[in-house]
Design a protein around this ligand. Structure first.
Ligand code: PEP
Ligand code: MN
Length: 339
């Protein structure tokens, strides 16, 4: 159990709390998290209701609820993260677009131009790709990062790239503006701990079979490590129906917005798996209150080296801009562009 102490807790209250815990045989560790004193209890712990009323205690949490730093309990207002000239998590809506994988200079130039024209602030693209098959295209690696950087800079966009492994972190961390953690790595705890030491913002994608608690606890790893710039991304969960690649959990977007102060983005591309489903799902996500969207685009999806079937054409992305301009006011947001 975790006890969050009141900011006003004094020595007398601490001594009384200690005495009560010692009497039950609880073992405890005192740590500072986000400026709050947190006692984590083990062993023979008094019941939660009693703990909540102990001297100096503001809140008692069970381990599963222990996403202290991600939770709204201690941070009631939404976090607004500054990314370049744009802000995510407040009234501005963040659009990130780009190919699944960085393939060539020409491909990235077309994607960057299309992303910018559609109002995106972020150019996505993977250079270290998590592929289901070892025989599939694995990404261009360091060369891809350079191509991506140049295309983003040429169009005044931020660069978001996936970090697949701790060993890639120095290369990606040095070049990219936003570090993406993919679905398959949501519970790669050593990687999350390393990202906690980074100064760059992290986009954490929900694992394809992860509960919301597990998702928030994964974000907690990065936050507890000292990096407060975390965005969440819903990208669909594995369900029983293969007609869709995954099932986009929009209820979760609404719920997450209530549970956490962190910005919540939606990736309808990986959820849908099919181009014709992506735009309606993107519109639904915007209406549901998401803080932004991440979309895959490709100039020639039939020749894409990964995820071609779900990639939008540049002109399809352009059509979304007009839709978002109409939908976003309903959710109290507007398209925030890098200026
Ligand atoms: C991606 O966004 O490139 C990706 C691989 O998605 P996910 O981790 O959600 O499968
Ligand atoms: Mn992809």
């Amino acid at each position: 159990m975790l006890l969050v102490l009141k900011l006003s807790a004094g020595e007398e209250e601490r001594a009384a709390l200690k005495a009560r815990l010692d009497a039950t045989g609880a073992v405890y560790r005192v740590e500072n998290h986000g400026g709050r004193e947190v006692w984590s209890l083990h062993g023979s712990v008094p019941p939660i209701d009693e703990c909540a009323g102990l001297p100096g205690v503001e809140r008692a949490l069970l381990p599963g609820d222990g996403y202290l730093l991600a939770s709204r309990a201690l941070h009631p207002d939404p976090t607004e993260l500054k990314l370049g000239n744009t802000i995510v998590g407040g009234k501005m809506f963040l659009l990130a677009a780009g190919p699944c994988a960085v393939e060539s200079k020409e491909q990235m130039e077309i994607c960057a131009k299309a992303a910018k024209a559609a109002g995106a602030a972020v150019l996505r693209g993977g250079s270290f790709k998590p592929r289901t098959s070892p025989y599939s295209f694995q990404g261009l690696g360091a060369e891809g990062l350079m191509i991506h950087r140049k295309a983003a800079d040429a169009h005044g966009l931020l660069m978001m790239s996936e970090v697949l492994d701790r060993q890639d972190l120095p290369a990606v961390g040095e070049i990219a503006d936003i570090l993406q953690v993919g679905s398959r790595n949501m519970q790669n705890f050593p990687l999350l701990k390393e990202l906690g030491k980074q100064a760059k913002p992290v986009l954490l994608k929900r694992g394809l079979a992860a509960t919301r608690e597990e998702f928030l606890l994964a974000a907690e790893y990065v936050l507890a490590g000292g990096n407060s710039r975390v965005m969440l991304c819903e990208r669909g969960v594995r369900s029983f129906d293969p007609a869709l690649r995954h099932t986009l959990d929009l209820g979760s977007v609404v719920l997450l917005k209530q549970m956490t102060h962190l910005p919540v983005l939606v990736d309808p591309s990986h959820a849908a798996g099919r181009r014709e489903l992506v735009l309606p799902m993107a519109r639904a996500a915007a209406a549901a209150g998401a803080d932004g969207l991440m979309l895959e685009i490709h100039p020639d999806p039939a020749r894409a080296l990964s995820d071609g079937p779900q990639a939008l054409l540049p002109r399809e992305l352009m059509a979304l801009k007009a839709d978002l301009e109409r939908i976003l006011p309903v959710a109290g947001k507007s398209l925030g562009e890098e200026s």
